[in-house]
Ligand binder design. Structure first.
Ligand SMILES: [Zn+2]
Length: 212
């Protein structure tokens, strides 16, 4: 929790302050109104997160660490903070590079981190939302039903619905899976035993993983 909810945002804020003070990055070198800079960087940081998430599923090294998040067979709000420390570190480095390249304003990074944390917790909850409300919400944000497919034990379904906060990226890049998550089997095809839930087993999953 400390790593996921405190250290990661703090490093992003520090990097944004550094980029601003050194006038680094695209937006720091364009004379755009501040509100445009905030909106543009907010959207592009989320896009970068979507792309990184997709790469985490296709790159064999990144997948070894990301699978710790996916091996949870009982997805609930705690799943949103279930990440391998190495994955958190790599994610931290990735977001730092994105923030510097963009020259994202600090206020935008703060807004984004708050927004992403709320949506991440919300999208992993196991609450049932009426489908009429879900249909409306998922036009803009990732909902529990939307994200549930991404935690399916069926690989084809796992490799869909990658969006982190804004849902538009899956629609735009044709990775959206509209199936209803009724009677869905969660987790992965492997690491499903009770023993696999222990911390020592979780932390060593990346080295114990054997490509099926
Ligand atoms: Zn994933």
């Amino acid at each position: 929790m400390f790593l996921a909810r405190f250290l990661l945002p703090m490093s992003a804020f520090t990097i944004a302050i550094y980029a601003e003070s050194e006038q680094l990055g695209l937006l720091n070198n364009l004379s755009l109104p501040v509100y445009v800079q905030i909106i543009v960087s907010f959207i592009l940081i989320d896009l970068a997160g979507y792309l990184f998430h997709r790469i985490s599923h296709t790159n064999s090294i990144l997948w070894r660490f990301h699978l710790v998040h996916h091996s949870d067979t009982n997805v609930d709000v705690s799943t949103s903070i279930r990440h391998h420390p190495v994955e958190l570190f790599i994610t931290m480095m990735f977001y730092s590079i994105v923030i510097v390249l963009l020259g994202a304003p600090l206020i935008s990074v703060i807004f984004y981190e708050i927004f992403r944390s709320i949506i991440s917790a919300f999208s992993h909850t196991n609450i049932k939302i009426p489908s009429s409300i879900d249909r409306l919400l998922r036009l803009v944000i990732v909902t529990p039903n939307f994200h549930c497919m991404h935690h399916s034990a069926i690989k084809l379904e796992t490799n869909s619905n990658y969006s982190n906060a804004l849902s538009c990226w899956d629609y735009l890049f044709s990775t959206y899976n509209n199936n209803a998550p009724e009677n869905i089997s969660l987790g992965l095809e492997y690491f499903r035993s009770d023993r696999d839930k222990f911390i020592d087993r979780l932390i060593t999953q990346p080295i114990r993983y054997k490509k099926p």
